[in-house]
Design a protein around this ligand. Structure first.
Ligand code: SAM
Length: 231
C-alpha cells in the first residue's frame, strides 16, 4: 500500500538552514513566516472562512532530511542527547514518512495575488513543502492537563548579551529587517547547540534572514559577537 502526496504550498522563512531553528513552533514568535499556496489551491475559495481561526495545524514534509531515512530509537535533545526513546515517542525529523506537524499562529491571509498565509512562530525551514492546513479547534484540541512526558514544560532559556561589535554591525546594516534583533534574541535563547557540546571558546554561526550571526555560549549566556549582512 503506498500513497502519493503533493504539496499544497511552500514555506517562506528566515530560517535558511536547519541549525538554529527552534525545536518547536511558538518558541520564536518574531519569525515572520509565510505559506504561499500552489495551483490549483491558490484560490480564495480554498481558504474562505479560515481567517476566523487564530491558529492552524500545518502538515509538512521534512524535505531536507527525508533521504536519511529513520531509526526505531532516537536521542531527543531534551534528554541531553544521551537517552534514547522510540521514534514514535519523539518529534524527531528522521521518521517513517518524514511528516511534520506544527501548530502556528495565523496572522492574516492575503488573496490579492494567489493566496499567502502570514504566520508567526513556525519552526520551519525555508522551502518546506506543506501538505495540508487545518484550523485549530481549541475546545477539542486544547488539553491543559495533559501529560507531556519528557518534554513537560518549555525548555530552559539562555540569557542573550549583544557585544558592541554585533550592535554596531546591525546599526550599520541600514536595510536590516526591523524584526531581526528580536528573532536573534529568541533563537539564541533556545540554545541551538547540539546537546553534547559545551565549549565556551567555540564560535558558532547561524544563517538567519540572509545574514550570518556569530555567537559563543559561556555558561547560561549567549554572547552575540558579530552580524555579517548579505554580500
Ligand atoms: N513541530 C514539528 C513536529 O513536531 O513535527 C517539527 C518538530 S522538529 C523537532 C523541529 C525541527 O525540524 C527544527 O528545529 C528544524 O531543525 C527541523 N526542520 C524544520 N523544517 C525542516 C525541513 N523542511 N526539513 C528537515 N528538517 C526541518
Amino acid at each position: 500500500m503506498s500513497y502519493t502526496l503533493h504539496p499544497i504550498g511552500l514555506i517562506n522563512s528566515p530560517y535558511q538552514e536547519k541549525f538554529g531553528i527552534p525545536r518547536q513552533p511558538a518558541l520564536a514568535p518574531s519569525a515572520p513566516v509565510s505559506l504561499t499556496l500552489l495551483p490549483p489551491y491558490n484560490q480564495a475559495d480554498c481558504v474562505r472562512g479560515l481567517e476566523a481561526f487564530s491558529h492552524v495545524w500545518l502538515t509538512f514534509v521534512f524535505h531536507e532530511t527525508l533521504a536519511r531515512g529513520w531509526q526505531p530509537l532516537v536521542r531527543p535533545p531534551r534528554l541531553g542527547g544521551n537517552s534514547k526513546v522510540g521514534v514514535f515517542a519523539s518529534r524527531a525529523t528522521h521518521r517513517p514518512n518524514g511528516l511534520g506537524l506544527s501548530l502556528v499562529e495565523l496572522k492574516s491571509i492575503d488573496t490579492q495575488q494567489g493566496v499567502t498565509l502570514h504566520l508567526a512562530g513556525a519552526d520551519l525551514l525555508h522551502g518546506t513543502p506543506v501538505l495540508d492546513i487545518k484550523p485549530y479547534i481549541p475546545f477539542v484540541e486544547a488539553k491543559p492537563d495533559a501529560r507531556g512526558g519528557f518534554v513537560d514544560g518549555p525548555p530552559p532559556q539562555l540569557g542573550v548579551q549583544w557585544q558592541p561589535k554585533a550592535l554596531a554591525d546591525l546599526q550599520a546594516w541600514h536595510t536590516a529587517p526591523a524584526w531581526l534583533a528580536g528573532l536573534i534574541d529568541e533563537v539564541l535563547a533556545q540554545d541551538p547547540r547540539p546537546a553534547y557540546q559545551n565549549d565556551p571558546t567555540r564560535v558558532y554561526g547561524i544563517r538567519l534572514a540572509h545574514c550570518d550571526v556569530r555567537f559563543a555560549i559561556q555558561g547560561d549566556t549567549v554572547l552575540v559577537l558579530e552580524i555579517i549582512p548579505p554580500a
